[in-house]
Design a protein around this ligand. Structure first.
Ligand code: DX5
Ligand code: ZN
Length: 219
């Protein structure tokens, strides 16, 4: 799966930018990745619930909301209620991640848990049993256009192994620095869903850029 990140899109033309990556099944974006930042959990500020509500009406592509915010217990369910398909919170920010996963599912969304590059996976494996998506960050969250941190692939391999042996049921997603040079290593490590911001929206033809990423994984 490919999830273009609108962080790298033109914020003045979000509906057009969403349409530029939509396609028939098997082509185009599988999910549209929406980076919500609060200038506290990360040193950047992007967009919030009103923009997600507007996007939800503007596109049929399932929204993948990545909440890089403090106090997700207060805000995350609102994104599920706004119609986000997947709502991901950070394990470093959540006080009650198991309860939050249940609340997200009860509100009709997939529950996602994200983990920063420097955060170990092992202490959170019990929590992960309650989640549908594991988002492994391959850059420090906050900004697009950063270089891929290959060390995090060890966490992807661990998660892949646990999924393949039936110990966890979740989709493994990676976020940060994914492009035609890095996607293959991530795919080999066992990633199911690839977020790509600058590699898609920085390209002259975003739909073609998605195809180029797919071709790289198929080879
Ligand atoms: C970073 C965001 C990413 C970002 C990825 O904090 O979570 O989703 O948009 O951008 P690229 O693909 O340019 O690294
Ligand atoms: Zn993201």
């Amino acid at each position: 799966m490919i999830a273009p990140s609108i962080l790298a899109a033109d914020f003045a033309r979000l509906a057009d930018e969403a349409a530029a990556v939509a396609g028939p099944p098997g082509r185009g974006a599988d999910w549209l990745h929406v980076d919500v930042m609060d200038a506290h959990f990360v040193p950047n500020l992007t967009l919030g619930l009103p923009v997600v509500q507007a996007l939800r009406k503007a596109t049929d592509v399932p929204l993948d909301c990545h909440l890089m915010i403090e106090d997700p217990e207060r805000w995350a369910v609102g994104y599920a209620e706004a119609g986000a398909h997947n709502v991901t919170v950070h394990v470093e920010a959540s006080r009650e991640p198991v309860a939050l996963a249940k609340d997200l599912r009860a509100a009709g969304a997939r529950a996602g848990l994200s983990i920063k590059p420097g955060t170990p996976l092992e202490p959170h494996l019990e929590t992960l049993r309650h989640y549908d998506t594991l988002l492994v960050m391959s850059v420090e969250p906050g900004f697009g256009g950063q270089e891929f941190i290959a060390d995090v692939l060890e966490k992807v391999r661990t998660a892949r192994r646990l999924v393949d042996t039936g110990h966890l049921t979740l989709l493994v997603e990676i976020d940060g620095g994914i492009n035609t040079d890095t996607i293959e290593a991530a795919a080999e490590a066992g990633v199911d869903c690839f977020v790509a911001g600058s590699a898609v929206y920085g390209a002259a033809d975003p739909a073609r850029a998605i195809e180029a990423l797919r071709e790289q994984v198929r080879r």
